[in-house]
Design a protein around this ligand. Structure first.
Ligand SMILES: [Zn+2]
Length: 437
């Protein structure tokens, strides 16, 4: 094993030396192999977690659920510039929410070939809190001893401790120094469910304190004033390193399957997602939407599909990226269901009209079986009413119009809390009702 590691590192070093020292990359190209060296079995555990998410058959009404993930930023800074303003952190949250809901303004740029697979992931983010720590540490990638986690993620070492990584997405914002291998933009730990974790903790990383995302401070937000230079030009930064790294954190791989670190792979490496076509390498910050590096017929498309260079999980320019796919969205949702089950708050529906909410009455509440919904809309033929359980599954219940209200009989359901979703012309109003038995 040690010999293999040495050979691997030597190959990487030689290849890296032959490349531009200004290469820009994501640490997740290396993370699985590096972590495997220190924690044998790690890669198998990551694969098993991926397979669990991929094979999870979603019985819930997926599109009715929105998953909201609370973020804790750890700004670990040395200089004033690295101590990012709150407005930049908020911009990052805004970018994430647009990209993950496919409300990003440039979604219209998705090429027509892939337009039908672009997805709203129904994953959203809120800023829970920000911790700021000044340090004299310099953070750099050292392939021989591992990523710089031990300095970043522990207060005693001049970084900042993770906070409850089962319930919060911890994001460390630091200055990642250039290394022999180029400029690292960020990295994150995918879910793995390693068996040596304490009972009840099932998310990721070699130990809980490492779990989360690390971002270079210059990549955060769409309004970041600090440039990153690449081959004599400043990279376009729109906060999408965060979009990409959180994709890894939720189980996604690079769309070229990580088979080629520096050169090209043989078009057999897959990211495990059906609707992201094979590619033999990363897109190298280009935006050539006609690029097609693998010629096989893709089962999902029934054709030789082009590379999906606009995907957030490629290495395209941030002004080129604009989509996650339906397959990627399902994988991330399933990750939240089974591999990171304590992380997100689930809510229904997609949008709530507050004005309408004040005019809707649901009674009696609690109920023992019969519940009435009365509103200006509830008895309108254009209105639909759906009852969900706490898993987001649609409940079949009898509904009849009676005395100007909609009468619902939920007596056949188990006791508990249900959500009544009243939809008219695309506007949702929801009410929770308690069925006591
Ligand atoms: Zn990556």
């Amino acid at each position: 094993m040690k010999k293999l590691l040495t050979l691997w590192l030597l190959a990487i070093s030689l290849a890296a030396a032959a490349q531009s020292q200004h290469r820009i990359f994501c640490g997740n190209e290396y993370l699985p192999d590096l972590t495997e060296q220190h924690h044998p079995g790690y890669k198998d555990a990551v694969q098993q977690a991926f397979d669990r998410a991929k094979n999870h058959s979603a019985s819930r009404a997926t599109n009715a659920v929105t998953y909201t993930i609370p973020i804790i930023f750890h700004v670990v800074y040395g200089t004033a510039a690295e101590n990012l303003d709150d407005s930049i952190l908020q911009s990052e949250i805004d970018v994430l929410n647009a990209d993950y809901s496919r409300t990003n303004a440039d979604a219209i740029n998705t090429i027509s070939y892939f337009d039908s697979v672009g997805a709203d992931t129904h994953i959203q983010f809120t800023l829970h809190s920000t911790v700021r720590v000044q340090t004299s540490n310099q953070f750099t990638l050292d392939l021989f001893t591992g990523l710089p986690d031990s300095l970043i993620k522990f207060s005693a070492a001049g970084g900042d401790d993770a906070i409850d990584p089962d319930h919060y997405l911890n994001i460390w914002v630091v200055n990642l120094q250039p290394s022999l291998f180029g400029q690292l933009l960020g990295y994150s730990y995918p879910p793995d469910g390693l068996p040596n974790w304490p009972t009840g903790q099932s998310s990721a990383a070699p130990q809980p304190g490492y779990d989360g995302v690390v971002l270079d401070y210059r990549t955060v937000g769409a309004n970041n004033p600090n440039p990153i230079n690449f081959s004599g030009m400043n990279l376009v930064i729109r906060g999408r390193t965060g979009t990409h790294e959180i994709g890894h954190y939720l189980g996604l791989r690079h769309i070229w399957g990580d088979g080629a670190t520096f050169g090209t792979n043989d078009c057999q490496q897959s990211d495990g997602i059906d609707d992201t076509p094979f590619a033999n390498t990363q897109s190298n910050f280009d935006c050539d939407t006609t690029r097609n590096t693998c010629s096989q017929i893709e089962a999902y498309y029934g054709a030789n599909a082009p590379d999906m260079v606009q995907n957030y999980m490629d290495y395209s320019s941030e002004e080129c990226m604009n989509l996650f796919t339906k397959g990627q969205a399902a994988l991330m949702q399933n990750t939240l269901e089974i591999n990171r089950p304590m992380l997100a708050t689930k809510s229904y529906p997609l949008a709530v009209s507050e004005a309408a909410a004040t005019t809707v009455a649901v009674y009696p509440n609690p109920t023992t079986g019969i519940v009435y919904v009365r509103s200006a809309e509830s008895t309108d033929a254009a209105t639909t009413v759906v009852v969900y359980n706490m898993l987001g599954e649609t409940m079949g219940v009898n509904m009849v119009t009676q005395a100007g209200a909609l009468k619902l009989d939920i007596s056949s359901l188990a006791g508990g809390v249900y959500t009544i979703d009243i939809v008219k012309n695309g506007a949702h109003t929801t009410k929770k009702v308690v069925l006591s038995k």
